[in-house]
Design a binder for this molecule. Structure first.
Ligand code: 5AD
Ligand code: SF4
Length: 480
């Protein structure tokens, strides 16, 4: 029976999705069974995720497929199936992957049944795949961002192949619905609302590796959110590279604000977050929906990138220092409780000390709770990679340190406004350092640690913030 089914011709697979992938999940089960018969144990699988929330969500989908196929998911890296879901937004993310591959080769020598899979953004770069073919021939399967939903099929083909299987698509307009996902948290989940990006900021590789912007149909998103709510999820994070342009490319265009209004109606969902907003597309309609909503969290991640209008122009960001600050003021006037966070790049080609001072000025005036600061990283194929006047490492390091110090100082000042207040907190996990504490998140995305136990996980409880520790708080649960 086993031999017969494993050799089932793949041509017997249905043509339509997701039925086709279901067929291959079933077929994967037979490979798992075969492994069990040969070794007397269930094959283990480990996924390591690099990069952003989009990748985290993609990894949950990969885990869902693996779980249905019968793999035992593990945190250990010496698993029988190791998957790296990669990021390429900055070069150091790539370097980390190359660094780990040598180590994985050592593990594979000890366990010949081990299989190594690479997927995600980095694999959408031709030079990367060439390098892996040449220098890391022990990798078994490579696929990209556009065909991730084919994972079950590719896994089967990997088992049937004697050499490295590489399946990459240059682009897609396909969005495959209804594949399984295994969530990291029972009570919260990411939900993709769109894929890709059309903005072509001149430093950014994302539009090249994630392709053109594609929005999911509102009905599919709502069905997913309803199913999550029915499964105990209380918080959803709507995910897209630029959620503010959601819905523009649909046959019947809808705005992001109107999608939010619909998601709000889903019973059981208590908190709605979204990521990432582009300042150029943030509409008044969205501000109104946020201001009126009980469920939409008063937190906005609004990447600044640079405070210099001249640099913003060369970054192709379509806003100026003044229009960005005016937007922050408008938001704060309408949503007084709003927490703002941001991304900032230091050392973009041609950045002068004056440009950098403009960035510091915005940090002082925008009153961020926190900011992710990045050293500019040259990405092959992006326009900025060939701009003259790349800034020297030494100058970048000095600016980066000054920016970080300011961000820490202003962040602490800003978030200490909450000290002494009692806030609803969604408890996420037992504290990793101190098992007597739990760690939770306020609706403004700030973290608090307070005495409690695992029973609180997934519930929203009132917590009084007793001490501000910089980027997080210590607190006490308030009873009654
Ligand atoms: N170099 C440095 N930072 C970058 N980002 C995107 N591309 C680059 C790059 N080439 C940062 C931006 C973006 C965040 C996700 O990563 O700040 O908002
Ligand atoms: Fe990159 Fe700009 Fe698109 Fe963000 S909006 S993914 S920074 S191109």
């Amino acid at each position: 029976m086993l031999d017969y089914t494993i050799t089932t011709e793949n041509s017997a697979a249905p043509e339509t999705e997701p039925q086709r992938q279901q067929f291959f999940i079933e077929k994967c089960r037979l490979y798992v069974e075969d492994f069990r018969i040969r070794t007397g144990r269930t094959p283990t699988a480990n996924i390591r995720t690099f990069g952003c929330q989009m990748n985290e969500r993609d990894s949950e989908k990969l885990r869902g497929i693996l779980a249905q196929a019968g793999y035992e998911l593990t945190e250990q890296e010496d698993a029988d199936l190791v998957i790296y879901n990669t990021c390429t937004v900055r070069e150091n993310a790539n370097l980390k992957v190359y660094g780990r591959l040598g180590y994985l080769n050592g593990l594979k020598k000890k366990n010949p049944l081990m299989r190594i899979v690479l997927c995600g953004c980095m694999m959408q770069e031709k030079e990367v795949v060439e390098k892996i073919r040449k220098s890391y021939p022990f990798v078994d399967l490579i696929f990209g961002t556009h065909n991730i939903w084919q994972f079950a099929e590719l896994l089967c083909r990997m088992h049937e192949s004697r050499s490295m299987l590489v399946e990459l698509w240059e682009s897609t307009d396909q969005v495959v619905e209804e594949l399984p996902a295994q969530r990291t948290y029972a009570f919260k989940s990411g939900v993709n609302i769109m894929y890709g990006c059309n903005n072509f900021c001149t430093y950014c590789i994302v539009p090249y590796v994630r392709g053109r912007e594609r929005s999911r149909e509102p009905k599919d998103i709502l069905r997913e959110v309803e199913a999550l709510a029915a499964d105990g999820v209380v918080e959803v994070m709507l995910l897209g590279q630029n959620v503010n342009s959601y819905g523009r490319t649909l046959e019947h265009p809808v705005s992001f604000a109107s999608l939010l209004r619909e998601v709000e109606k889903v019973e059981g969902i208590q908190r709605i977050r979204f990521m990432t907003s582009h300042p150029k597309d943030l509409s008044d309609e969205l501000i109104e929906v946020m201001a009126d909503s009980e469920k939409i969290c008063p937190h906005l991640h609004l990447p600044l990138q640079s405070g210099s209008s001249a640099l913003l122009h060369r970054m192709n960001r379509h806003y100026t220092k003044e229009s960005y600050l005016a937007l922050c003021e408008k938001l704060r006037a309408r949503i007084p409780e709003l927490s703002l966070t941001t991304d900032i790049i230091v050392g973009f080609p041609g950045e002068t000390e004056e440009d950098f001072q403009e960035t510091l000025d915005v940090v002082r005036r925008a009153r961020y709770d926190s900011a992710f600061t990045f050293v500019y990283s040259k990405r092959t194929g992006t326009p900025a990679a060939s701009y003259p006047d790349q800034v020297s490492e030494e100058v970048v390091k000095d600016r980066f340190d000054r920016l970080l110090a300011l961000v820490q100082e202003t962040g602490k000042e800003q978030i200490s406004r909450f000290t002494g207040r009692t806030m609803p907190v969604l408890v996420e996990h037992v504290n990793t350092q101190d098992p007597g504490l739990v760690t939770g998140r306020m609706s403004n995305n700030l973290i608090v640690h307070f005495p409690g136990d695992a029973q609180l996980i997934g519930t929203i409880v009132p917590v009084t913030l007793t001490e501000c520790k910089g980027f997080y708080f210590m607190g006490e649960q308030t009873i009654g």
